[in-house]
Each structure stands twice: as structure tokens, then as C-alpha cells.
Design a binder for this molecule. Sequence first.
Ligand SMILES: [Zn+2]
Length: 213
Amino acid sequence: MTPEEIVAKLHWMGHDAFRLDGPPVIYIDPWKLQGKHVPADLVLISHDHYDHCSPEDVRKVMGPRTIVVATAAAEAKVPGARIVRAGERLTAAGVDIETVPAYNVNKFRSPGQPFHPREAGMVGYIVTVGGVRIYFAGDTDHIPEMDSVQCDIALLPVSGIYVMTAEEAAQAAKAIRPAIVVPMHYGLGIGTDDDGERFARLYDGKVTVLKQE
Ligand SMILES: [Zn+2]
């Protein structure tokens, strides 16, 4: 498949919550889901913060065959998930998955205390679907590990405060050079509704700003 064909199957429910139409149906960080939902084949959870790891929303998409993949801290909230660390490769629900570290280098809740400390083991994911590599960066700054990520589509946070600003995300995108960037981590009260468009103006590559569903 082409990156454009994959993006056409990608739905954004605001913030970092996505669904990729199947098969296999993949949800990432489901949160504040509205209405009815197609059951998941695979759910990926990037870390244990409430706006990414929502047991209530995971329950909404659970079906008979659903496999949940999560970090250890997130598994504590969603028991039974397959636990991953940063820098792993695995296959779940027939999908090849790689985990990439996700952490802050310059976003602090108090001096010396990053919102997402490297040692907390939070992750981003690279999933390969139809031969297309999709990188979901998670809650992260532009970290050195990002520069060696190879992907066709990059889902990058752009709201600042807890994650990359739109300017930093544009720099990260220049380092990664995917075919398409999809901005995320805004739209549900974190960041402003305009953050995706602002990122699109700052970055000179192809951007798809998804409509919140
Ligand atoms: Zn977080």
C-alpha cells in the first residue's frame, strides 16, 4: 500500500487517540472515545498517563481477539496487556511492532523533573501495515533516537508544554523525513485546536491534518 492509502484509513479521535481501519483494526492510546466502536485486533498504549492509558476506553474497544500491548506501568492499569520496553521488536495480532523510547529533554514539571523521564520507559511505536511503516512518537521531545527512525508516516506531538512544540516537531520531521506527517497531541483541551495547522505552516514536507472524529 502507499502511505496515502494508509492515512486514508487512519482516524483521529483527538489528542493521541487513533484508529487504523483493518484488518487488522489498531487503536493507539484510546481516550475519550465517543459513540460506538469497531472492536480492536490490537491496542497500543504508549505510557501510563491518564490521557494515554484509559482502562475505560480500552474496555470500549475490547473484542474477543483483542491484544493489548503496553509498558509495564500502563499494564498495571490494564492488566493482561503484553508488556514492552523501549527498543524491542515483536509481532502481535499479526502486526510487526517496534518500540522507540519516548521522553523529555527540555520539558520539566519542576526543576530537574521531566514530565516523561527517560528512565520511566515510556515508548513510541513503529507498526508496519501493508508494507507501510507508521511511527507513533508518544509523549516525547525531539530525542536523538528519533533521527534513526525509518518510517513512511510519522505521528508527531506538536502542542508543547509536555511534548515537542510545533517548532520542535518541525525540526524532528526534518530529521526523520517521512512521506507524510500527521500532527497529534492537541484538540482535547491540551494544546490549542490550531496546533496542527500551525505545525503544517512550519514544516516544508507533506502534512495531513486529520479532522477530529
Ligand atoms: Zn504523558
